[in-house]
Ligand binder design. Structure first.
Ligand code: NDP
Length: 445
């Protein structure tokens, strides 16, 4: 890293010493910006780096709620409004026991760049809580969501901040959150949340968008080598929203997806994951991947949550951060994996990324490969503003177009800065330039 960038990073470390995921995300971006800063001295003069690593606003709040036994429970809620330079803050809410300020900041920081790449006029933010919806009744989830929104409502709005789902926040949670927002605001502001139900303002293809988009990005990467997904063996981790629709689209394009996982274990299904069965278990029954094995004779259950030692051509990590370390990456390289496209946010550790580089594995970071979800959220906002609902095919066509455009933007930026084929540098450079130029134009704020 050049000295000026190093100094910025040192300040971030000293201000946020106990937030390892945030530091990891910042380091990965800063490390790749050296040629961009060298080409744009005006960014240094304007303190762009110093400003971009500091969220505009961080909100932490108490979320008290009453469980089914009448006991008072207290969780912690977060919303980090990272950057509004390109539009209203936009980014999901995560409900998982591991959520803390550092996790929300890493996700919010990544979101700024991801959203810039979509070209949809959205800023970056993220939020969530250490509340874990697993094992909670619908009524408990509802009471929690109502309490969470009671505080969050004053900080969000169609033109201010538009949250969506993430881990642990799907259609059910968005419904409860929206219901409470509507009571508090006394107004049906559909544009205040995305990922809504189709009946009251949601977009067709939003549930599919992140997984579909990741697969389209991977397909575009393969196309640069005259290859495609047809006949490829694919590893997917996770079994939630992103994983399910990555499996579906990859198989529609001729691949065989042989794995899924959750926090209780993993599944190997050499016959290819049965998406209808997976959806029934996960979306309807709220079951575990072990239930999949019980109903599918070709599948076997694996203890441990990792799938990376299964021989395959392509890996699409779709569960959570840092789920692939250097050891996993080395096994993948040995087993013949040639491409990794991230459906999850930051699923590869920096050491794993080093292994990909050395092994010549094509690698697309989440901020580029999984941007289809937030891009389609922006399409949902457009439909809400126009009081329209577009057809499934219209939304998927727009999504595919956006993903191909992000792919090409990354490649062009990588080429321009002398690192052809480097999707990390390309994504960071292209997104950073867009955000930085807007910051210069809007003055010191
Ligand atoms: P879901 O809650 O629908 O699914 C998450 C899946 O990952 C579940 O199978 C879950 O298992 C598993 N998982 C989560 N944490 C862990 C863990 N610590 N160890 C093992 N398995 C784990 O979330 P999404 O599919 O929405 O999100 C998955 C990833 O994609 C996240 O990184 C998210 O930030 C990212 N993403 C999501 C977008 C979206 O539109 N939803 C958009 C862009 C990125 P279990 O149920 O057992 O916890």
């Amino acid at each position: 890293m050049d000295q000026r960038i190093e100094r910025v990073y040192e300040t971030v470390v000293s201000r946020n010493p106990v937030e390892p995921e945030f530091l990891q995300a910042v380091h990965e971006v800063l490390e790749s910006l050296e040629p961009v800063i060298a080409a744009h001295p005006e960014y240094a003069d304007q303190g762009i780096l110093e400003r971009i690593v500091e969220p505009e606003r961080q909100i932490i709040f108490r979320v008290p709620w009453v469980d089914d036994d009448g006991r008072v429970q207290v969780n912690r809620g977060f919303r980090v409004q990272f950057s509004s330079v390109l539009g209203p803050y936009k980014g999901g809410l995560r409900f998982h026991s591991s959520v803390d300020l550092g996790i929300v900041k890493f996700l919010g920081f990544e979101q700024v760049f991801k959203n810039a790449l979509t070209g949809q006029g959205i800023g970056g933010g993220k939020g969530g809580s250490d509340f874990d919806p697993h094992g909670k009744s619908d009524m408990e989830v509802m009471r929690f969501c109502q309490s969470f929104m009671t505080e969050l409502a004053r900080h969000i709005g169609e033109h201010t901040d538009v949250p969506a789902g993430d881990i642990g926040v799907g259609a059910r949670e968005i419904g409860y959150l929206f219901g409470q927002y509507k009571r508090l605001a006394n107004s049906f502001d559909a544009g205040v949340l995305t990922g809504k139900s189709l009946a009251w303002g949601g977009s067709l293809a939003r549930p599919e968008a992140t997984g579909y988009g990741t697969v389209i990005f991977a397909q575009a990467m393969l196309a640069t080598r005259g290859d495609s997904l047809e006949g490829k063996k694919v590893l997917v981790s996770g079994s939630g929203n992103v994983a399910t629709y990555a499996v579906q689209r990859a198989q529609e394009l001729g691949a065989t997806v042989v794995s899924i996982s959750d926090s209780s274990g993993a599944v190997y299904d050499p016959a290819g994951i049965d998406v209808a069965l997976l959806r029934q278990i996960k979306e309807v029954q709220r079951g575990r991947v072990s239930d999949y094995v019980a109903q599918r004779s070709s599948a076997e259950f694996r203890s441990g949550t990792k799938v990376w030692d299964i021989p395959a051509d392509i890996a699409l990590p779709c569960a959570t951060q840092n789920e692939i370390n250097d050891h996993d990456a080395s096994i993948m390289a040995r087993n013949g994996v040639t491409l990794v496209a991230e459906g999850a946010n930051m699923p590869s550790t920096p050491e794993a990324i080093d292994v990909y580089r050395k092994a010549g594995i094509m690698y697309a970071p989440g901020k580029a490969a999984n941007a289809g979800g937030v891009a389609t959220s922006a399409l949902e906002m457009q439909q809400n503003a126009a009081r329209q609902q577009w057809s499934f095919d219209t939304v998927v066509q727009k999504l595919d177009h956006i993903m191909l455009s992000i792919h090409n933007t990354c490649l062009e930026a990588a080429e321009m800065y002398g690192h052809p084929g480097d999707y990390v540098l390309g994504a960071n450079a292209a997104a950073f330039e867009k955000v930085a130029d807007a910051m210069v134009e809007q003055g010191i704020c």
